[in-house]
Ligand binder design. Structure first.
Ligand code: C6P
Length: 416
């Protein structure tokens, strides 16, 4: 059991009121809040260690380099990577996926080749592949979603064939919360000689992840969704794959030797980190990883699953409210999308904000899934370790308020 009151003390932003109410932050799938330990690591870095890395030999340069590389080693350990050289820092998950589409895709995908995606993907795991397919004359194919909000695994199996070069799937839907059976998909992809990229933007922050057992060839995720700062993402890849890939961007720090006509590349991971990286935020990301390890990812998962079970139960009792996605909390992460008969999702989010409750409304950068669900948008509540049962109750109170504004309770009373 997490001690929520103690956890909340670590998050200064939560100690405020919004619209005269306690802030109830339920937009964690968009970005999480940052604990004091992360904010302090950022300030401490700038106050004591700021310098450029991998270049200078003065004391601060050495200190900054050590802190940056120590953060990389922590991230590698956190996800069970074979070594720090398999961890490449990018700006976000989106850039990590684009890196693979450019560096691996341009060299490995040709005309008529196929890339298998799902309709559950975030645009970040669709558009880079569309751009690659347009450059190369390749074809994209999409697995669907079942009426119960699961990935259509049989459909996916049927799509994989001799032309398949890559299967790219989310680890957890940012709309439905559905947890995807990555291990099964890895077996299917590898049996066909294809690679598997996992978009871990929603998975890595909320589930214990060990890449040595995940089955993926690439994993992309963002620091800002796991208590870390914005501006840092991670691409993990298997060493032997990363070694064969050409660079993504060219510039300083990613080269070994530069001559007039050609250059040679630095060793991993530096080959993929051109120019001065986001040093301070990477260092602070290391503190976020320490924080999550301190809580324990199994505890994170258990807490969020319990909260999701409570939220699903309470939401289903709100009149005129329909929840999307799997029925069982065990099959989903702490993300709950819903529609209300009474009001458009934007109105729902606006009214909820009046109660101090922050939820997201819109297509959630998942327009293919919106079409599959037959809705233009949903309202979405998403949980993190500082959310408790009181936050679920605050959400329900706000949604009952939505119904009151639109007279839903009154209509029902009149019909009766
Ligand atoms: N989803 C949400 O509110 P970036 O922006 O690169 O840090 O993350 C992109 C991304 C990729 N994959 C998945 C599954 C995601 O959920 C996201 C970000 C946010 O759902 C912002 S749209």
């Amino acid at each position: 059991m997490l001690d929520i009151a103690r956890v909340r003390e670590d998050f200064p932003i939560l100690q405020q009121q919004v619209n005269g109410r306690r802030l109830v932050y339920l937009d964690n799938a968009a970005t999480t809040q940052k604990p004091r330990q992360v904010i302090e690591a950022l300030v401490r870095y700038y106050e004591t260690s700021n310098a450029n890395i991998h270049r200078g030999i003065h004391t601060l340069a050495t200190r900054a380099t050590e802190q940056y590389e120590a953060a990389r080693a922590r991230v590698a350990r956190f996800i069970g990577a074979a070594g720090p050289e398999e961890v490449i820092f990018t700006r976000n998950a989106t850039e990590a996926i684009n890196l693979v589409a450019r560096a691996w895709g341009d060299a490995s995908v040709g005309e008529g080749d196929e890339i298998i995606l799902t309709v559950m993907e975030h645009h970040s795991n669709i558009v880079p592949w569309q751009l690659l397919a347009a450059r190369k004359g390749a074809r994209l194919r999409y697995a669907g979603v079942t009426p119960g909000g699961q990935l259509d695994l049989d459909g996916l199996r049927q799509l994989i064939g001799p032309r398949t070069k890559l299967v790219a799937v989310t680890q957890m839907s940012n709309v439905l919360g559905t947890i995807i059976p990555v291990g099964d998909i890895a077996e299917m992809a590898h049996a066909a000689g294809a690679l598997l990229l996992v978009d871990g933007a929603q998975g890595v922050p909320h589930l214990p992840v060990d890449v040595s057992r995940l089955g993926a060839d690439f994993l992309a995720f963002s620091a800002h969704k796991m208590l870390g700062p914005t501006g840092v993402g991670v691409l993990w890849g298997r060493t032997e794959l990363l070694e064969t890939m050409p660079p993504f961007l060219g510039g300083g720090d990613m080269i070994a030797v530069v001559r007039e006509e050609m250059s040679t590349w630095a060793e991993l991971p530096h080959k993929f980190e051109a120019g001065t990286p986001n040093i301070a935020d990477v260092v602070a990301f290391g503190a976020a990883v320490d924080y999550l390890e301190g809580v324990g990812m199994a505890n994170v998962r258990q807490h969020e699953e319990e909260l999701t079970a409570l939220a699903l139960d309470r939401l289903r009792r709100v009149p005129g409210l329909r929840v999307f996605g799997p029925v069982a909390a065990a099959e989903r992460g702490g993300v709950v999308s819903f529609a209300m008969d009474a009001a458009h999702p934007h109105d729902v989010a606006t009214i909820a904000d009046g109660y101090g409750v922050a939820i997201r409304a819109g297509h959630h950068c998942a327009q293919l899934l919106m079409r599959a669900l037959g809705v233009p948008a949903t309202s979405r509540a998403s949980f993190s370790i500082y959310n408790g049962e009181d936050d679920v109750e605050a959400l329900i109170e706000a949604l009952e308020g939505v119904n009151r504004v639109f007279g839903v309770g009154r209509e029902r009373a009149a019909i009766r």
